[in-house]
Ligand binder design. Sequence first.
Ligand code: SF4
Length: 281
Amino acid sequence: MLRVLSLGAGVQSSTVLLMSCKGILPKLDSAIFSDTQWEPKAVYAHLEWLTDEAARHGIPVHRVTEGNLRQDAIDFQKFSKSADGKRYASMPLFVLNPDGTGGIVRRQCTSEYKIKPIERFIRRNLLGLKHGEHAPRDVVLEHWFGISADEPQRMRMSRHLWQRHVYPLCNVPDDYLPKPMTRRGCLAWLAEHYPDREVPRSSCIGCPFHSDDEWRRIKADPESWADAVDFDRQIRSMEAMKGQVFLHAKRIPLDQVDLRTDTEKGQLELWRHECQGMCGV
Ligand code: SF4
């Protein structure tokens, strides 16, 4: 039975890989990172370190890619297909229709740029299947995911007979850990075992799902911020739509979004100003 991790190189999947390196979790046969070619530099630097660390413990980290999501998304916005006409990089972008109503573009990027390249690599390179060849009908592979116990809604059953999905941090389906781990638990474990390492958040620089916290982090890196603002400008008008398209949920240009925290806006910090539970309300 092969054990393979989908590696996002963020907090949770890094924890799973490093726990496997340390023997806290069963030994993985390999980990696979699917590269959208649009992650922050900190993620690529962390991935380099992870690759070396895993190699020291006999776990190869493979990189696969479907192409450059940023460029493909721009081409898709303009021409409804990527430059080579093969990929459909639709991101969950926010749309402002001419009548003032809002919409959102259907998300295909996760499937096309994250899930399919990894499944293809597993079938061709790990199972040795040729194009169109039938996969085994028995389970021959555990496919691990770094999903933590605070996000169980992201767990999925495998669609294929030849693999079963395993969520080690949720203890699904096996009790690999004494108890499930949340993202906060992963951060605490990483801080204890790798105190000198800061594990970045992993996602595309211009992911429309960023919270304002995440946008503030992106803005703190001038290069990434300039990249996201430029992308936001380039996708404004979409071939297939009458409305305007935006990266931020407010449906205004990214560099015009007020990303200040409530404190920076001078609003009350309710928790700091609470009455310490004395009056019972
Ligand atoms: S991080 Fe966001 S933009 Fe990138 S593949 Fe995932 S959903 Fe799409």
